[in-house]
Design a protein around this ligand. Structure first.
Ligand SMILES: Nc1ncnc2c1ncn2[C@@H]1O[C@H](COP(=O)(O)OP(=O)(O)OP(=O)(O)O)[C@@H](O)[C@H]1O
Length: 268
């Protein structure tokens, strides 16, 4: 498969999940315009910007939730919308998502955390799970490992309905990690959480990063972006007006509108 962009167009770097000149809108209204950014393996990219500016839409496009009106989503260089449906589903399995709401169902913590492992499995997955079980690994070990990352390994048997909002969000994070994604897309994952649960999620993001997972997080919390991100992308009016190393974007942004946003001045 060759999915090179035509000459003269910007080329997202090969390894990673990439938005390339993405354009998208709803009901005839443009929301994203010409968005190009790559999340590389093992890096955390924070997407910041005013409310309604298109951060969620960008994450949804990267998670293959919508087909973009224009531009390309690439995973490790492959244009995912040029793939067959089956291949695209395989690509989709490489991407985990966590939303603002945990959306657990009424079952144990373990069952919720292993949800993706159950529904995502084709025959190859079932075969490798069976082989992993023979080797003493498999689903249970995978899920326990992920519950450990969010500090809930002793709560596996609890009913999800008995969890606090913060604990539920930690289960949602473990669920996204359970099938060992290469990329994690996090949409305001801590905006409803107290500082302690926020710290647990931020540590879990660090653990994911050190396992080589590329993380993109949309956040309203600029301090959080400063704490956890390697790079920051500032979105305004559906465009990325500045993308750079966290220190540089926060201390010396190039774009005057990014500076105003970071300094807390209203830009609209
Ligand atoms: N499914 C949809 N149908 C119609 N309009 C939508 C849809 N999703 C998003 N929009 C619109 O697109 C614009 C960008 O929304 P989006 O949720 O991407 O912004 P955001 O930066 O994530 O905002 P917030 O920080 O408030 O979550 C908004 O005007 C929103 O109303």
């Amino acid at each position: 498969m060759s999915h090179q962009p035509p000459d003269g167009e910007p080329r997202a770097e090969a390894a990673g999940i990439a938005a390339e000149r993405l354009r998208h809108g709803f009901d005839g209204e443009a929301v994203l315009e010409d968005v190009t950014v790559t999340v590389k393996p093992g890096e955390t990219l924070a997407v910041i910007g005013p409310s309604g500016t298109g951060k969620t839409t960008l994450l949804r496009l990267l998670s293959l939730f919508y087909r973009p009106d224009g531009g390309t989503v690439r995973i490790d260089g492959t244009d995912v919308w040029s793939l067959s449906k089956r291949e695209r589903l395989e690509a989709r399995r490489r991407v985990g998502m966590v939303f603002q709401e945990a959306n657990l169902f009424d079952a144990s913590v373990r069952r919720n955390a292993s949800y993706g492992l159950r529904v995502r499995r084709d025959w190859r997955g079932r075969l490798s799970a069976w082989l992993a079980r023979l080797n003493g690994g498999g689903k249970a070990a995978k899920v326990t490992d992920k519950l450990e990352i969010v500090g809930l390994e002793d709560d596996a048997g609890r009913d999800a309905a008995s969890l606090s909002g913060g604990e539920a969000q930690r289960v949602a994070f473990a669920r996204a990690l359970a099938y060992d994604p290469d990329f994690l897309l996090l949409d305001e994952p801590t905006s409803d959480l107290d500082p302690r649960n926020t710290a647990v999620i931020e540590e879990a993001i660090g653990a994911a990063r050190s396992r080589g997972i590329g993380v993109a997080i949309a956040t309203h919390d600029m301090h959080q972006a400063e704490r956890i991100a390697d790079r920051v992308a500032v979105m305004l009016g559906g465009r990325l007006i500045e993308v750079g190393p966290t220190d540089q974007v926060f201390s010396d942004p190039t774009d005057p509108r990014a500076r105003k946003f970071i300094e807390g001045e209203l830009v609209y």
